[in-house]
Design a protein around this ligand. Structure first.
Ligand code: PLP
Length: 268
């Protein structure tokens, strides 16, 4: 794993009182590296800035982060890799007030194996709070996702799916969700509390997709279901809470379109 902290390549150290550690005050991005180059970097940096603004952090210095990305990827020969950008409130007191030193920026990069394709999802009983202050922000407070994913895995699934407070479908712990019903492709709108996934955005730009609220129950009545994320691309779902669902032509088409167009889209 290569490391870059606050402008220094190879510096594998952050303060133990960094607010990212003590209070989960920070935001992040996971970016796919394809043959050494970042995929959709501008979209990820825009979302990082959006999430930072949402937490009231100063916006990351775009040029400095891009320089960091170039440095950490210099000579990276991986066919497939992953770059993580973490941007925290920085060192501060042991409370919720931020300290005077300003944010910490951490880049991590390494090789990645292709994502294991289990195709099984399990709905968890805890709702996403689409009305909360963190809704739609990619913060480093992922403990609810850790618990949900562990529960799904205990049931033999590879991803956990959340509804929201309104009882509508929302997203996975690290993915967005799409349904196909009577030929219509539907994904929950951002107001459902889901993350504005970069893969979700590309699929909705490249295909005819309705961004509509659907009750969580619609998941069990769908003709096809698929997930999208940086690590999964377009991943067909074949089991929903243990019930089989066909991997159909619309999902296959979405995957085909994504993989062929993504090749032209390494950056931005
Ligand atoms: N939803 C959540 C909660 C996520 O953590 C992620 C990705 O990490 C996604 C959706 C998918 O977003 P993207 O396509 O940008 O990877």
């Amino acid at each position: 794993m290569r490391v870059w902290v606050n402008g220094e390549l190879g510096r594998d150290q952050v303060s133990v009182i960094d607010h990212g550690i003590t209070v989960g005050d920070g935001v992040f991005e996971t970016i796919k590296i394809v043959r050494g180059a970042p995929f959709a970097l501008t979209r990820h940096l825009d979302r990082l800035a959006f999430s930072a603004r949402g937490l009231g952090l100063p916006e990351p210095d775009d040029a400095a982060v891009r320089r960091g990305v170039a440095e950490i990827l210099d000579g990276a020969a991986w066919e497939l890799g992953r770059l993580r950008i973490t941007y925290t409130g920085g060192p501060g007191p042991l409370g919720s007030d931020r300290g005077p030193d300003g944010p910490t920026t951490i880049l991590l990069a390494g090789e990645q194996k292709p994502f294991p394709d289990t195709g099984a999802i399990a709905v968890v009983p805890w709702p996403r709070n689409e009305r909360g202050p963190l809704s739609g922000l990619k913060t480093i407070s992922y403990a609810d996702n850790v618990i949900a994913l562990a529960r799904a895995k205990a049931q033999g699934a590879g991803e956990a799916i959340f509804g929201n407070l309104a009882g509508n479908l929302c997203e996975g712990t690290g993915s967005n969700i799409f349904l196909v019903k009577d030929g219509r492709v539907i994904t929950p709108p951002l107001s459902s509390g889901c993350l504005a996934g970069v893969t979700r955005a590309l699929v909705t730009e490249w295909m005819d997709v309705d961004e509509s609220d659907v009750p969580l129950q619609a998941l069990y009545e769908a003709d096809e279901v698929f997930l999208t994320s940086t690590t999964r691309d377009v991943q067909p779902v074949s089991l929903v809470d243990g019930r089989e669902i066909a991997v159909g032509p619309v999902t296959r088409k979405a995957r085909e379109i994504f993989l062929s167009r993504a090749a032209e889209h390494v950056d931005p």
